[in-house]
Design a protein around this ligand. Sequence first.
Ligand SMILES: NC(=O)c1ccc[n+]([C@@H]2O[C@H](COP(=O)([O-])OP(=O)(O)OC[C@H]3O[C@@H](n4cnc5c(N)ncnc54)[C@H](OP(=O)(O)O)[C@@H]3O)[C@@H](O)[C@H]2O)c1
Length: 281
Amino acid sequence: MSEQIVLLTGATSGIGKATAFGLAQKSFTLILPVRNLEKGEKIKQEILAKFPQSQIHLFECDLADLQSIKIFAENVKKQFSALHVLINNAGVWKNTFTLTKDGFEQTFAVNHLAHFYLTLLLIDLLQKSAPARVINVASDLHQGDIHFTDVELRKNYNGLNAYKQSKLANILFTRILAEKLKSSQISVNALMPGFIATDIFEDLPFFLRWLIPLVAKSPEKGAETTLYLATEPNLQVTGEYFKNKQRASSSYQSKNMETAQKLWNLSVQMLEQKGFQVPKL
Ligand SMILES: NC(=O)c1ccc[n+]([C@@H]2O[C@H](COP(=O)([O-])OP(=O)(O)OC[C@H]3O[C@@H](n4cnc5c(N)ncnc54)[C@H](OP(=O)(O)O)[C@@H]3O)[C@@H](O)[C@H]2O)c1
């Protein structure tokens, strides 16, 4: 097999870190955007210590900063002539209302908008490299609906509701992107990694946090379905939701294509409002 190049967000911790190790073991070339280069370099050295032949390319990229995403995508396109797998894995859970550099609520901005923008900026490179795959790390917590009248929950912020909505957005984006790309050779799928002990819960109150290691699974277990979707040779599926390396059902709302298109339009509008053009699909 010729060189397979994968771009993975959120490789500095938890499920993403375990995914990076799994991909390095399978000899993928890794493009890793990280917001903290020092932390990224440490992970890179850990991977190299275990898999010395690994090709790992670190880039600084803050997903809470649209300009940083734009520059990163431009650099990727300058330095790489192919991209076979894009894994949108990074995520946050913010118990209090916080804003990104662009002035958007952080959970919606990082978990959905940043990955929406990054994916569209890289679509032409994926298209050129087809067959290619886009993998969105969502969650079974994708319950509820998109709050179109106040998508950033500015009037009544709640960390759990913001997180749930952002994970629903991941699945709606998966379905509509798959639909828009159905005549291409790019597959788009979403997944639930499981309930995994990671830093994502660090913002929760202490009485909830201490319970997590007792009941949650390991990051390595959490990486299994992502690795399956990235590496399974004969995967012919697109627009689906996976759990435990198998197709799984997702909520009724996550299948509503009108909602998916409405979210797409809103996402484009939010980006354009800040001066960031989105490639048309
Ligand atoms: N853990 C679970 O039980 C669970 C369940 C369902 C779904 N998920 C999903 O799994 C994915 C990975 O989460 P995790 O549990 O592994 O959490 P985690 O350990 O907290 O890892 C999150 C990753 O996202 C990165 N990140 C956050 N904000 C960023 C930003 N502004 N710019 C660049 N990178 C940023 C973090 O970077 P730093 O290292 O710099 O912080 C870290 O690498 C998320 O999408 C999450 O929603 C997790």
